[in-house]
Design a protein around this ligand. Structure first.
Ligand code: NDP
Ligand code: OXD
Length: 314
């Protein structure tokens, strides 16, 4: 019985070492070497080449090495076995650090001071709005969105959230579904996207959505932070809204094409901050530990945790 590591873009040997230490009795094999396909009972995947998981007759479960599973559902030859994803405090904490960092950076206008520093001169306006006067709206109130909301509230922001199903969360204004969208956007100065990429959410952050954001806030215009998936956003619409002045700035960790192509205008736009899809990296120490526990649970006849629903796509 073996575990197959099927990944692209990450250092597979780091993961193999970690898994092998945690599962000493289970051979850990990789796509880059010959292996017995009948022996594979478990797969841990991050963006495996589509089709590479077919022909594994004894496969019992697939583990995403991240919180997102869109890359799995993009494979039309994916075996029909349960799929579990990462839900782990290490990853969740990293994401809330990213969201709080950039909300605070926007609030305190840090990019403006970074621009002024080489000029050795600050402009006269030293005014800073209070966090309580800035409305943050989080799209996606799941594991990551809820934790980010809690931490933003600790910093004093006025936080709301939007999700597919209606929720009641203490101290949080909540909105749901298509019917709740307009009111949610209208009270949002900083929009934080922490949605999964599904058929419903693809291309959601477009010109129409951005035009619905609050224009009466304390930041001189609304901001977007997308740390969910690049497929959520229409980049030409974001650039159009920035240039039209209906969007004041954007912080993007994820892109329509990754890595972000050198010719993308997002690299050099003065109102855009880009980061390399590392808002919440999966850390082998934490994530291999979680998946090894899941495998031990299955071997002991216990149910898998954090299973995704293929009909919803997340
Ligand atoms: P969860 O599944 O826990 O939460 C997803 C949230 O999105 C839920 O609140 C869900 O609503 C909501 N949602 C889904 N579809 C819709 C829809 N059509 N309309 C409105 N709301 C919707 O996911 P996580 O919080 O764990 O992760 C979110 C995403 O973050 C991941 O899927 C991944 O793409 C991204 N990510 C990015 C990382 C990075 O480094 N940039 C790192 C980790 C994750 P409901 O509650 O009603 O189900
Ligand atoms: C994830 C990611 O989904 O890192 O975990 O994007």
């Amino acid at each position: 019985m073996s575990l197959l590591l099927a990944m692209t873009g990450w250092h597979v040997e780091d993961w193999r070492q970690r898994f092998q230490a945690l599962l000493p009795d289970m051979p850990v094999v990789t796509l880059g070497e010959p292996f017995d396909r009948r022996a594979v009972h478990y797969v841990a995947s991050w963006k495996h080449p589509p089709g590479s998981l077919s022909g594994l007759p004894n496969l019992a479960a697939i583990f995403s090495l991240g919180a997102g599973v869109d890359f799995l559902f993009a494979d039309d030859r994916l075996p029909e076995v349960p799929i579990a994803r990462v839900v782990d405090p290490d990853l969740t904490t990293r994401m809330s650090e990213y969201v709080v960092l950039h909300c605070l950076s926007i609030l305190r206008q840090q990019r403006r001071y970074d621009r002024q520093q080489p000029l050795k001169n600050w402009d006269d306006d030293r005014h800073q709005p209070a966090a309580r006067s800035v409305r943050v709206g989080i799209m996606g109130l799941g594991e990551l969105g809820l934790e980010a909301a809690e931490k933003l509230k600790v910093m004093g922001f006025d936080v709301a959230g939007w999700s597919r199903s209606a929720k009641s969360v203490a101290g949080l204004a909540t909105f749901a579904g298509a019917e709740g969208m307009a009111a949610f956007l209208a009270r949002t100065d900083i929009l934080v996207a922490l949605l999964p990429l599904t058929e419903e959410t693809r291309g959601m952050i477009d010109a129409e959505l951005l035009a619905g954001l609050a224009q009466d806030g304390r930041l001189g215009g609304p901001f977007l932070i997308n740390a969910g998936r690049g497929g959520l956003q229409v980049e030409t619409d974001i650039l159009g809204a920035l240039d039209a002045g209906t969007l004041e700035g954007a912080v993007l960790d994820v892109f329509e094409t990754e890595p972000l192509p050198a010719e993308s205008p997002l690299w050099t736009h003065p109102a855009v901050t880009v980061t390399p899809h590392n808002a919440a990296m999966s850390e082998p120490e934490a994530v291999a530990g979680l998946i090894s526990e899941q495998i031990k649970r299955l071997e002991a006849g216990e149910p898998l945790r954090h299973v995704v629903d293929p009909s919803r796509g997340y």
